[in-house]
Design a protein around this ligand. Structure first.
Ligand SMILES: *Cc1c(COP(=O)(O)O)cnc(C)c1O
Length: 400
């Protein structure tokens, strides 16, 4: 597993001025233990062989790189390929990280894993990893999210996990993260915390990126086989930033345009969005220094997106760093644009995307139309839309 393309992050997890480890002293031993274990096992052939076997037989990797001929012809511009993370077991890329961390927890001798979840996708992936490895599992989830995502709550329970309701603050993801961190502080001896994206204190942004980088390694080989050359452009949606950095990482040394797409919600001026680069500023939140949606006194602002997976106030530190280096550009798609793309991909290709991924499709539609037919774009289809059809029906005023 490739650790770093250049000289970052440093030993303390800094990506330039971003990242780091802003946690109470009580959590330091757990983070250091995790960092040591990760550094050991990422070079351990037995561990890597076990992970690779599960990627193949359990997750279903390699996922296809699919040439979207119908969409390409409809737009009349660049050739569009879709990296099909929607075909992963449990329906999204999150399982790549959850399985790897569950295996690592087992190697570390942990008997219990905990995680936070917003919409429930990461909770389901973690509960799946726990069931597979035979480790006890507890998932923290805000009561507001539990109400909105009852189907995923039932899935986690079917998988044998305990789902614990967090009834404080806004009763959503950020409160669930706080509770999970509190649990970890108390139970560090036997417990591993499976963080779901490239965020939080070091080593999570580095470790989760490495576990998701399989997406780009595969895509690179697949496009070279299909087209005998590298693509001109890569596009992915950015919540915490794991599916995007997972795709981009293997291409960072190449001179390729990369676009990260945040949730524009109801537009930047409305204040109801999760576009940290368009509307945020530098701050420290949940263990990490990064771009953050905050008011002038540093209070974290509420966010909004039609897609729960993009609805978070901050973003992975590596993204901030690569943006400063002009390696990756960031833009946003609004709820309306994402909903349109959700329908366009469904009708043209017979693929219903997750609403998160629909943000990347929306940008792909704009970009492809403005590029010549000889150029090539890869869009990361981070997840499938089954989880979202009910919400889309509700928005359209259709009673199911
Ligand atoms: C969680 C999720 C995302 C956003 O998370 P990242 O860490 O930015 O990848 C995107 N797509 C899907 C399908 C998700 O479930």
């Amino acid at each position: 597993m490739e650790n770093k393309p250049g000289k970052y992050p440093d030993m303390k997890g800094h990506f330039g001025q971003y990242g780091g480890r802003f946690v109470p002293e009580t959590l330091m031993p757990a983070l250091i233990e995790l960092e040591k274990a990760y550094n050991k096992y990422k070079k351990d052939r037995t561990f890597l062989n076990e992970l690779e076997a599960l990627q193949k037989d359990f997750i279903g990797r390699p996922t296809p790189l699919y040439f979207a001929r119908n969409l390409t012809e409809a737009l009349g511009g660049a050739k569009i390929y879709l990296k099909r993370e929607d075909l992963c077991h449990t329906g999204a890329h999150k399982i790549n990280n959850a399985i790897a961390q569950a295996l690592l927890a087992k190697r570390m001798g942990k008997t219990r894993i905990i995680a936070e979840t917003g919409a429930g996708q990461h909770g389901v992936a973690t509960a799946t990893g726990a069931a597979l490895t035979g480790i006890e599992c507890e998932i923290y989830m805000g009561s507001e999210d539990i109400r909105r995502q009852s189907l995923n709550v039932f899935r986690m329970r079917l998988l044998g996990a305990k789902v614990t309701e967090v009834n404080v603050g806004s009763k959503t993801l950020k409160d669930a993260i706080n509770e999970a961190l509190r649990d970890w502080t108390t139970n560090v001896g036997n417990t591993h915390y499976v963080l779901g994206t490239v965020f939080g204190p070091h080593p999570y942004p580095l470790m989760v990126r490495d576990f998701q980088s399989v997406i780009g390694r595969e895509a690179r080989q697949q496009i070279l086989k299909a087209e005998k050359r590298l693509p001109d452009c890569l596009i992915a949606c950015v919540g915490g930033g794991s599916n995007s950095i997972g795709l981009f990482h293997a291409f960072l040394k190449d001179n390729i345009k990369m676009i990260g797409v945040e949730a524009g919600g109801e537009g930047i001026r409305s204040g109801r969005h999760a576009a940290r680069f368009a509307g945020g500023s530098l701050g420290i939140f949940q263990g990490c220094k990064s771009y953050l949606l905050q008011d002038k006194d540093g209070n974290v602002l509420g966010t909004h997106s039609v897609s729960a997976g993009l609805d978070y106030a901050s973003v992975g530190p590596e993204h901030c760093y690569l943006r400063d280096l002009n390696k990756i550009e960031y833009t946003y798609a609004t709820d309306t644009e994402a909903l349109k793309a959700f329908e366009v991909l469904s009708k043209t290709e017979g693929i219903i995307p997750a609403l998160e991924s629909a943000h990347a499709i929306a940008e792909g539609i704009k970009t492809a139309s403005s590029m010549p037919r000889s150029s090539i774009i890869i869009i990361n289809l981070s997840g499938r839309g089954d989880k979202d059809v009910q919400e889309v029906a509700r928005i359209k005023g259709i009673n199911l």
